[in-house]
Design a protein. Structure first.
Length: 231
């Protein structure tokens, strides 16, 4: 079987596994059945069993990765439709984005250093709290490894989505704006999906904060890299 056919079959298999996973998750809302969790595990298992190389798998499936960009931009539509809400809270949201970005990067790197992790992992962890397109854009200037960055982004999103409600309850956060900002800043796309499940206001704020956090991270990467590794 030629490599081109294998790549096309891998693309078809990826879509099939994903849609079957969505069907399962709609019926049984369990953390391990989330498409963001189960689909990658199933695909990795199938690749290992069939001995299909990563190069063959990604040859056609890379289009799915490319779609992350337009999908992220699509979150701007509800933000535009709710500009009145954004104007009311622009100052607190701006301060929150800057604070969240700084804390996310610094805490990730300092914890990695405390655990004596290699510098390549430290640099990859630094951008884990922004959505994948922005994280991959920041990975190069930061010196992180794209594959590790993508993995850390997914883990961060799933963890934040799974624990967000518990944390809000523990620290008595009740305002929709605060919940949306927290999910968007800490858990990017997965958190934003959860925010829309909570309410429209939470989803809109989460979308905005997710995008702004990504832009701020990409713009500040050279400065953060210099301060954390060259100062």
């Amino acid at each position: 079987m030629s490599n081109a056919i294998i790549s096309l079959l891998c693309l078809a298999l990826t879509l099939l596994v994903y849609y079957l996973n969505k069907y399962l998750y709609r019926r049984w809302r369990r953390l391990m059945l989330m498409p963001l969790v189960l689909t990658p595990l199933v695909l990795v298992g199938l690749l290992l069993i069939t001995h299909v190389s990563w190069q063959n798998y990604i040859a056609e499936s890379h289009w799915l990765l490319w779609l992350l960009g337009p999908a992220t931009l699509a979150f701007a539509v509800p933000v535009y439709e709710n500009m009145a809400l954004i104007r009311r809270h622009w100052l607190s949201l701006s301060a929150g984005v800057l604070t969240a970005t700084t804390v996310a990067v610094c805490s990730s790197v300092w914890l990695a250093r405390l655990l004596a992790l290699p510098e390549s992992i430290q640099r990859s962890l630094a951008v884990r709290s922004v959505t994948t397109p922005f994280a991959l854009a920041a990975a190069g200037p930061m010196g992180g490894q794209p594959d590790l960055v993508a993995l850390f982004v997914v883990i961060t999103g799933v963890f934040g989505m799974a624990t967000g409600d518990i944390l809000f309850l523990r620290i008595a956060i009740k305002q929709g704006v605060a919940k949306g900002a927290g999910l968007g800043a800490a858990s990017h796309g997965a958190g934003t999906a959860r925010a829309y499940q909570i309410g429209q206001q939470e989803g809109v704020v989460s979308s905005l904060v997710m995008m702004l956090s990504g832009v701020v991270t990409v713009l500040l990467v050279p400065l953060m890299s210099h301060l954390l590794w060259h100062a």
